[in-house]
Design a protein around this ligand. Sequence first.
Ligand code: ADP
Length: 355
Amino acid sequence: MYPLEIHNRGVRLFKHQTEGPFETLRSVSSGLETALFLLGKDGVVLFANETAKTLFGFQEMEGRAILAVTLSHRLEQLVKQATKHASPRSEELSLRTGQDLVVIARAWPNPSAPKQVFLSIRDVTEVRRLERVRQDFVANVSHEIKTPLTLIRAMAEVLVDVEQDDRDLREKYLHQIIGEVDRLSALVDDLLVLSYAEGESVERRPCDLAAIVHDVVLQMTPKAIARGLDLEWAPLNRVMILASSDQIRQVALNLIDNAINYTSSGKVRVEVASVEGSAVLRICDTGIGIPSEDLPRIFERFYRVDKSRSRSSGGTGLGLSIAKHIVEAHGGSLSVTSALHQGSEFVVSLEEQGS
Ligand code: ADP
């Protein structure tokens, strides 16, 4: 109904623009997330909706040239082209409006009034960012798979030709092939966990965070002992949360496994506590620590501070991003503090049930 109304009343509204505001246009465009302008001769703004005013930070736009408002020559050109050819024109372009934006702009002549042009500007910055993240992810996964495959292929080629009695070389390469296959399996496992975590929302039930984490501590104890580390667990009362216990278990596993992998001597301490209505899991190690310049990036997929150390401990570079994704999907937070060569502390905070 609304577009028809604009069209029907358009001539009256736009002819007598000086008589008052463009009420119909204002009403229709007030709920739009897209910025909308109506421009008159020489690209002067006759009307701008609220989104346009917010986007460009002007309250009084009417009477100003579109260039003065947007500081974009490309937008001005788009409007001129639409006016000159009396047909719609679209373009994706970058805008500086206090922040860098990617927008799709479209200009089209007002069918009800010659010499007037509509201009819409849709913010697609987030969409483009997500597309880039997806492309980077595919490129990273391909690289992570290609590297071991190339190695496996090269070692298999050598083994085809190697003398039967060269046992040392055969054994060395066969063990390396097994290691590379294990790495690929771990990568596929983590990709499956990630895709599951990103998929349909999982069923959450009341469960005891302390019990879940205690199980993981028991599971990881042999690994810690093998590395000469103390794995300390502060036994506690129940701390109830509403969660997928499998996913929270995965979070605890990834964080405790990392703490063990990146600690050469000393201890890993695991605590679960109830703090002011939050269920808090704290994992503290006396390990290698994380350089401050890397801290903001360690939750990114495939980001590793030291690639070879991560690989040699069987890391895929996905553990922290999986943990963060799961915790945030549960409405919680995952944070880290670290001091180089002294240790790191990862803290998961979730809403406590019944608090
Ligand atoms: P990875 O499989 O490489 O361990 P993660 O996503 O789990 O991947 O961690 C990303 C990176 O963050 C690791 O490669 C490592 O550089 C750093 N990191 C994670 N946990 C710790 C920790 N407890 N101590 C020091 N560095 C850590």
